[in-house]
Ligand binder design. Sequence first.
Ligand SMILES: Cc1cc2nc3c(=O)[nH]c(=O)nc-3n(C[C@H](O)[C@H](O)[C@H](O)COP(=O)(O)OP(=O)(O)OC[C@H]3O[C@@H](n4cnc5c(N)ncnc54)[C@H](O)[C@@H]3O)c2cc1C
Length: 444
Amino acid sequence: MTQPLDLAGLGAGPFNLSIAALIDGLNRKGEQINSRFFDQKQAFSWHPGMLLPGVRMQTSYLKDLVTGIDPTSEYTFLNYLVEHKRFYQFLTAELSAVSRVEYADYLRWAAEKLPMIEYNSSIEAVDFKDNAFELHFTDGREPVKANNLCLGTGKRPYIPESVRPYLGGNVFHAIGIAQRDMSVEGLKVAIIGGGQTGAEVFENMIDQLWGKPASVHWVSRRANYEPLDETPFTNEFFTPQYVNEFYHLPESVKANIVASQKLASDGISPDTLKALYQKLYELSLQQDISHLDMRPNRELTDMNYQKGTHQITVQNGMNHQTETFDADVVILCTGFETALPSYLDGFSSRITTDENGQFELNRDFQVGWDGPQQNRIYAVNAGRHSHGIAEPQMSLMCWRSATIINSLLGKEVYNLKQAMNLVNWQQSQPQQTQAAPAQEALTA
Ligand SMILES: Cc1cc2nc3c(=O)[nH]c(=O)nc-3n(C[C@H](O)[C@H](O)[C@H](O)COP(=O)(O)OP(=O)(O)OC[C@H]3O[C@@H](n4cnc5c(N)ncnc54)[C@H](O)[C@@H]3O)c2cc1C
């Protein structure tokens, strides 16, 4: 009988890839961590449906899979550049932000080098039998056994309630927009959502990527088209020190803090805002641009379908009036939501969740469950409520991976102590810079 894996990764998006890359480095140094990561895709890709022309990263390329923890790893972005023989040109280009196309290619390059990633492996269910987890796959293959799991299957698109009955055809989430065969020639378009994706879709409407629309209404709930806050003290939220402070706060205050920090992670890149404004200005010198209708401070309240077109109703937050307009095509740039993945349906009664149905996560990203403590379930991209706004972002991805690996191995293979505290977040709080001690070592 084959031994259970030490760790099975569910999903091989960037967050689990980061764990795999660090594990691969440790195994080369003599650790023997037997891991496999399973993904339903046929090959690696990173949000390919949202790779619109010109889209750029919102985080530094140094916040890659490994650099913040192990800059000597072969999976760094810099090594990717060196292997592809474009290190000097990359530096000379002085890009303020790397294109998402290049970053996706970096992730693909790393994924292809990692020996423990298995594609065409769609997980259908999770079970616990004979002291090990069992992963069941949709193709009915032999289940895989593992002592520990790391859930990394991402989030699901958020669809507003009023839109759900009309989803399909010309009403869709932006998640697959770059791969759609679509034309908006002569059509009325509504873009719902005023974050980065909404801005990217609107910009491509101006550029007529999908033809010349009759009109474009761009609705944002926020008071304006608001910038991503990338200023220095805001960036302190994306440090291990801040997460350590945040984690220990009472649940009752965490949600308010996360809400108040929204623009630190969900605003529009200032470069995108500037490019948009300049395009609108220059276009307005040449033609009437009243068909490009920007409506900030509007909340979508209702949607209907009559006489072959959709009626969109929004509430204006400035004067509290109701406004309506027609749309033939409705593009939802409404972001993503956390939801328990369907493969946990038969297992969810064993997992501890809070009143909002979200995982109760330990500081070292372990999900609470009712089984043996030496069998652990970790989760990535699932702890915005518990660990703060850095969780769904790449900024602390490799620090979280190292935290999980220290916990998995029951020893400090990575020294996560940080030397610098520029901001005094809480006076009496003792510094929590190390991983919480694991109950038992992997091999125990
Ligand atoms: C368009 C876009 C741009 C972004 N840009 C940035 C940025 O610039 N900077 C930043 O910090 N963050 C960015 N983010 C946020 C975040 O970094 C990404 O969403 C990131 O991809 C999250 O990684 P993940 O591994 O959690 O999830 P995902 O990338 O969603 O990967 C999950 C994986 O799980 C697999 N999977 C799902 N279900 C199953 C199943 N049942 N069985 C097997 N496999 C399964 C999927 O195939 C997928 O490969 C961006 C997000 C989006 C959507």
